[in-house]
Write a protein that binds this ligand. Structure first.
Ligand code: HEM
Length: 437
């Protein structure tokens, strides 16, 4: 009896000790987490951190007034004016891939493609091709070290990240100065033009530091995410030839892919793309199953309760996009790639706002989502209408989720132009491409 009593007391003591340790561990890890984000924030960045947001390590953070300005950068008119340039950059890239006798590392190449899109189309920089290649390498070094431990020692990832950022900011400053001086011969307003103009309208002339922070943030937000989604798109089209064929049928029916066999006639328009419903389903399904970003971080502004758990004010929390998509009851056969789930007959995403959020949710959701979707649609249309492609390895690669979802060894694919009756590159297209942006 006495022994049983002692055992009970010792069990309770162990339980209490465990609870205290877990609470302490949670509190310490919360503090470390906060410290890690605070320490790695870019101190030179002048943009204020909005309430509830944690800011990015080594990068600034979109300020409230800048958010309003960004909304113009992604307006319908702005997207229409970027579209022909995006199409040219994509066509140019696919031609280079198809004419390469070797297999292409798709993840590596889509990173270059999205970087090029961000620099040339979004920011309108006319950096020579060679310098662009160098800037891309520095940018990769920067991104690789964004989430490194904030220990500023020689050879540490953090130091390499800081050095890369300094070189990038120098390069960006040069490109911005050149752009500000040379405004002639431009047939459209890019995001940087809109950023400068609308900030003036908000009574705020942007300083060089703010312009550099703004452009670096735009590139950072656009580059890895869109490359990840582009790679997943190509992988799924390879895995599901029936989906690719159905896409081609839709393009044929809309007069975009002609049976006589020329690639997209003329340039694409936004209204043409919005009429392609199956294409929309394919992109949505890629973004559901292969969401590039796992989730987002927030600081709790007010203590609240969730499922019976109290989340205290001041805590850092993460919402998971991937788990939401995996567990949302609205999706049938959740692991199956099935674009038709978004078709009119089923519309599995119609019930509830919080089951499908590849671009995040709430006031801090993705500002560039329409641009990202536009880019993916152009890529899919161009792939379906001008390219044939085959997996160059025996099996599909494994997927890893960090820092964004991507295939472990890239994704090795051999590209060809479409054969005899479909791959003729018209002289007009040739001329258009030689005038790349
Ligand atoms: C497939 C591509 C993309 C995906 C999956 C994606 C996803 C996301 C997500 C999930 C967030 C919210 C993160 C959070 O909750 O903290 C976000 C924020 C953001 N995204 Fe994207 N994004 C993509 C492409 C782009 C592009 C192309 C741009 C612009 C050029 C862009 C600009 C932004 C900006 C500026 C924010 C910050 C918004 C804020 O802080 O209020 N994104 N993105």
């Amino acid at each position: 009896m006495l022994f049983e009593g002692l055992e009970l007391v010792s069990a309770l003591a162990t339980l209490a000790a465990c609870l205290v340790s877990v609470t302490l561990l949670l509190a310490v890890s919360q503090q470390l987490w906060q410290l890690r984000w605070a320490a790695t924030r870019d101190k030179s960045c002048k943009l204020p951190i909005p309430k509830g947001s944690m800011g990015f390590p080594l990068i600034g953070e979109t300020g409230h007034w800048l958010l309003q300005v960004f909304s113009k950068v992604f307006s319908h008119e702005a997207l229409q004016s970027y579209l022909p340039k995006i199409q040219l950059v994509v066509q140019d890239t696919l031609r280079a891939w198809s004419s390469n006798p070797e297999a292409i590392n798709v993840y590596q190449e889509t990173q270059k493609l999205t970087f090029r899109m961000a620099i040339r189309v979004l920011l309108g920089f006319s950096i020579p091709e060679e310098d662009l290649g160098h800037l891309f390498e520095v940018y990769q070094q920067f991104v690789e070290n964004v989430f490194s431990l904030p220990v500023d020692l020689p050879f540490s990832g953090y130091r390499r990240g800081i050095q890369a950022r300094q070189i990038l900011q120098k390069g960006l400053e040069k490109a911005i100065r050149e752009k500000l001086q040379c405004t002639q011969g431009k047939d459209y307003s890019d995001a940087l033009d809109i950023l400068i103009e609308s900030s003036k309208e908000h009574g705020k002339e942007m300083t060089m530091q703010e312009l550099k922070d703004g452009t670096l943030e735009l590139i950072f937000a656009a580059y890895a995410t869109t490359a990840s989604a582009s790679t997943s798109l190509i992988m799924q089209l390879l895995k599901h030839p029936a989906v690719l064929e159905k896409l081609r049928e839709e393009l044929r029916a809309q007069g975009i892919l002609h049976s006589g066999g020329c690639p997209c006639e003329g340039t694409l328009r936004l209204d043409t793309l919005s009429g392609l419903h199956y294409l929309d389903c394919v992109i949505k399904e890629v973004m559901r199953l292969f969401t590039p970003i796992s989730g987002g971080y927030r600081t709790v502004l007010q203590t609240f309760e969730l499922d019976g758990f109290q989340i205290p004010k001041g805590w850092s929390v993460m919402y998971s996009i991937r788990d939401t998509h995996d567990t949302a009851p609205v999706f049938k056969d959740v692991n199956v790639f099935d674009p038709d789930r978004f078709g009119q007959a089923r519309s599995e995403d119609k019930d509830g706002r919080f089951h499908y959020l590849p671009f995040g949710g709430g006031v801090r959701s993705c500002l560039g989502k329409h641009l990202a979707k536009l880019f993916l649609k152009v890529l899919a249309v161009e792939l379906a209408s001008t390219s044939r492609f085959e997996l160059a390895t025996r099996t599909f690669p494994r997927i890893t989720l960090v820092p964004v979802l991507h295939p472990v060894d890239g994704l090795s694919v051999k590209f060809f132009g479409l054969d005899s009756n479909q791959n003729k590159i018209l002289p007009e297209t040739e001329a258009m491409l030689s005038a790349t942006v």
